[in-house]
Design a protein around this ligand. Structure first.
Ligand SMILES: Nc1ncnc2c1ncn2[C@@H]1O[C@H](COP(=O)(O)OP(=O)(O)OP(=O)(O)O)[C@@H](O)[C@H]1O
Ligand SMILES: [Mg+2]
Length: 280
């Protein structure tokens, strides 16, 4: 359970990244969505006690991020958006060092490391220096470290960005197996649907909607998006794509007329909430 109390962050230089945000996050898995620059990473970093808020505070399982930093760090692990492993250390070493530093015995750490590396299909690469891992493997290594730690709370900032479809599914499976509460950010609708019970929708440093995805998507049920690359009267436009919404029953008729059909995505949610500029 996380409670945000009038959380505000103004970065040096004056950028307002969180604007007086209050909320309660009570579900086991919560997904934070929003466009680039919405404030998601800032929120994650403040809650994981890596960054101080300008004003306001928050509690995690009753512990205050300002007063109880040490306690929170014991039961919470966080995977940063831009984390880089240490070049000459291998995945196995990363995990064992990290887990023993968190207080596990060497044999427990070895066992937990083995399990997590296997779960994320990194076992084969366990002895390869991190420098020689692909970007996606590095990303998975951080996820492995987080899930192996046995924490009560796990924060994941864009855990699957840049991963291939199979790796994404491995990460999803690992997250689903966690007993921990999870707070994650994502730009993928399927990910939010697959993993989370509640969605927090941020824009301009504020939470502009919160709830189950189904309720956020109300009105889009049974709908599709119809797109055209040339202008159509009465349709909306984003960039050089013209589009409208229609009932899924009409999909075939639109296809026959040469339009393309898309599933509803987060972009549609952004449009609905006025987060994305559209032109009539
Ligand atoms: N260290 C910093 N110094 C100054 N401004 C920053 C800093 N970090 C982020 N910002 C600004 O704060 C705002 C929120 O950034 P944040 O990284 O929290 O967004 P985000 O929602 O995580 O975006 P993304 O989806 O691109 O990861 C942006 O306007 C960003 O430019
Ligand atoms: Mg971010």
């Amino acid at each position: 359970m996380i409670e945000l109390q009038r959380l505000t962050k103004v970065y040096r230089g004056g950028q307002l990244a969180l604007n007086d945000v209050s909320a309660k996050l009570t579900k086991k898995v919560t997904a934070v969505i929003g466009r680039n620059g919405a404030g998601k990473t800032t929120l994650m970093r403040i809650l994981s006690t890596q960054l101080l808020p300008t004003s306001g505070t928050a509690t995690i399982n009753g512990f205050d991020i300002l007063r109880d930093k040490g306690k929170i760090r014991k039961f919470l692990v966080s995977v940063p958006q831009e984390g880089r492993p240490i070049g000459m250390l291998t995945p196995f070493e990363h995990l064992r060092i990290y887990l023993t530093a968190r207080g596990m015995s060497f044999s427990d750490a070895t066992e937990a490391a083995r399990k997590a590396l296997k779960e994320l299909e990194l076992w084969e690469f366990r002895d390869r220096p991190a420098d020689m891992l692909s970007g996606g493997m590095k990303r998975k290594l951080f996820v492995a470290m987080a899930i192996a730690a046995g924490a009560d709370y796990v924060f994941l900032d864009e855990p699957t960005t840049g991963l291939d479809p199979l790796s994404r599914i491995e990460v999803w499976a690992a997250i689903k197996e966690l007993r921990a509460d999870v707070l994650l950010t994502t730009h993928y609708m399927e990910e939010a649907v697959e993993l989370s019970e509640e969605i927090v929708f941020m824009d301009g440093g504020k939470i502009i909607a919160q709830g189950e995805l189904n309720s956020l998507l109300e009105g889009f049920k049974g709908m599709i998006r119809v797109e055209s690359s040339s202008p159509v009267d009465g349709w909306m436009r984003v960039g050089n794509i013209y589009f409208t919404y229609a009932s899924a029953d009409e999909a075939e008729a639109y296809l026959k007329k040469g339009f393309s059909i898309k599933q509803i995505t987060l972009e549609d949610l952004f449009i609905r909430h006025g987060v994305m500029e559209i032109e009539p």
